[in-house]
Design a protein around this ligand. Structure first.
Ligand SMILES: Nc1ncnc2c1ncn2[C@@H]1O[C@H](COP(=O)(O)OS(=O)(=O)O)[C@@H](OP(=O)(O)O)[C@H]1O
Length: 482
């Protein structure tokens, strides 16, 4: 009786206070539709969302005005070894990919290195001027007459150098097992004390141990030093290369490069690639490394479930040993000093105040992109910690080469742009190769066939002595012995 009276009261109340029933039905229908929309959004991920504005399309991506210049798109970058050149190449890859430019890619992974460059090492090369190539930037030993067969006459040539002591440290860590002169030593200090004890100029891969810059620029790195000779080498480089960047001043280098190429700011914003995990040296310096400390030993294998250890090479150097390394690499040291001076003359021409301002903008932008793109604020991580195997960097020797992890949950446009910035060189080359030569399928964005995964690479060293990359054994047979 009481219930019936309450129900009657409710029937009277609802239409009067909360509106007619049809209105409730319409409202319910809307709620159901909205819910279904959300559900579909989750199922199909971002595809049903309207495309969100990516950070890469914000006005900050352009950077300070460049005036009325036209972007360069015929570019040759001499990728010198252990100078931050992979970070630079990544920018070229990104710019070329975004603008549909054609790369002069190697048949394998390097343009015939360490042999002097030959045009036939370029995939798709069909004779002088037969194909328009826009960008060339993989490792090569420079040889101008052959490069000119591939690249158009209005090509902008540039390269990058690094302090020979820092370069020697990086080269020693990376090529310890590859260069016979390094292999025999206990540590870099030991090598610096008496290089001639270990160095035989006739042995393959020993160029990594002496005047590596001079060698990459195509000159004889074993020739006795004289000022006249060094001056001549510098003049030769100047004749061709319109800009020589300096690794120690990477950000200032990027500003000069951006203005020389007339590129937007984002094109020269990068995350450092190919960094090595290392211990600070006993001078208290860390060779320009910002990464964490490595253990003194590395796990090199596993026998019957027992991990096998090997001591990491001793990298510490006294000031005296640093000086000895400068003398040992006297040609490189001369080149470094000469182009360091030229670099700062260029900065003066550009304007120091303007440079400071633009460097600050570049750094802010890099921090912003790191926050958006990278996990843990952009801290580089060891390869085996990177879940996505396709973006693990190649490992060399006992030291660890670090990479990055992407921030989860990025929208598709942002994710693709972030991924470009951290994709390692080898994988990026494969991707571009597959795009440029669609009928010859290459493993897209994955280590090439036969390439070791991070951690397995040491198995290769025994059999790989023709060139530096383990999987360049693919090239064995086509590449003459150096
Ligand atoms: N942005 C930036 N600024 C300064 N230094 C940088 C930068 N990016 C990479 N690096 C350092 O460059 C070293 C790797 O050089 P490469 O990429 O030329 O090496 S390689 O020849 O392609 O193997 C390697 O040096 P080491 O860590 O001393 O070995 C990198 O840490």
């Amino acid at each position: 009786m009481l219930l019936r009276r309450r129900a009657r009261m409710l029937r009277w109340l609802v239409p009067a206070r909360l509106g007619p029933v049809w209105m409730w039905k319409v409202l319910l229908l809307f709620v159901a539709l909205a819910f279904a929309g959300q559900l579909l959004g989750v199922i199909f991920n971002k595809s049903v969302h309207p495309v969100t504005r990516s950070i890469f399309s914000s006005p900050d991506a352009q950077g300070p005005s460049l005036g009325s210049c036209q972007p360069h798109n015929h570019i040759m970058f001499l990728k010198t070894h252990k100078t931050a050149s992979s970070t630079v190449l990544n920018m070229l890859y990104r710019f070329g990919e975004e603008h549909d430019l054609r790369f002069a890619l190697p048949l394998g992974y390097q343009l015939g290195y360490p042999l002097p460059f030959n045009a036939h090492r370029v995939k798709g090369y069909q004779g002088p001027n037969a194909v328009e190539f826009h960008i060339m930037g993989n490792h090569m030993r420079f040889y101008k007459p052959e490069v000119e067969k591939v690249m158009p006459a209005d090509t902008f040539y540039f390269s990058i150098i690094r302090d020979p002591v820092a370069l020697a440290e990086s080269s020693f860590a990376y090529y310890k097992e590859v260069a016979p002169a390094f292999r025999k030593t206990k540590g870099l200090g030991d090598f610096a004390d008496d290089p001639m004890k270990y160095y035989d100029p006739r042995l393959r891969n020993n160029h990594y141990a002496r005047n590596l810059l001079w060698f990459d620029f195509g000159m004889d790195h074993n020739i006795n030093f004289s000022v006249a000779l060094a001056k001549h080498g510098v003049a030769m480089i100047r004749q061709t290369f319109k800009l020589i960047l300096v690794s120690e001043y990477f950000d200032q280098s990027m500003i000069l490069l951006r203005h020389a190429l007339c590129w937007p700011l984002d094109a020269v914003v990068s995350f450092s690639l190919n960094a090595r995990q290392q211990k600070p040296s006993n001078t208290g310096r860390t060779s320009g490394s910002w990464v964490g400390r490595a253990a003194d030993i590395a796990i090199v294998g596993n026998k019957g479930g027992i991990p096998q250890f090997k001591a990491l090479p001793n990298m510490s150097l006294t000031e005296e040993q640093r000086e000895k390394l400068r003398r040992w690499n006297a040609l490189d040291w001369y080149v470094y000093k000469a182009f360091n001076q030229t670099f700062w003359e260029e900065v003066t021409k550009f304007g120091h105040a303007k440079m400071e301002e633009e460097v600050a903008i570049l750094r802010t932008r890099r921090e912003e992109l790191a926050r958006v793109c990278l996990k843990d604020g952009g801290k580089p991580v060891e390869a085996h910690r990177i879940r996505d195997k396709s973006i693990r960097p190649f490992q060399s020797g006992l030291i660890k080469i670090l990479g990055y992890e992407l921030q989860p949950g990025l929208d598709a446009v942002t994710r693709a742009a972030c991924l470009r910035m951290i994709r390692p060189e080898i994988q990026y080359k494969d991707l571009l190769d597959a795009k440029q030569f669609p009928r010859a399928p290459a493993a897209q964005a994955q280590p090439p066939q036969g390439a070791p995964e991070a951690g397995q690479e040491r198995e290769c060293w025994g059999e790989m002595l023709l060139s530096e990359r383990c999987w360049s054994r693919r090239e064995i047979g086509t590449e003459a012995i150096y």
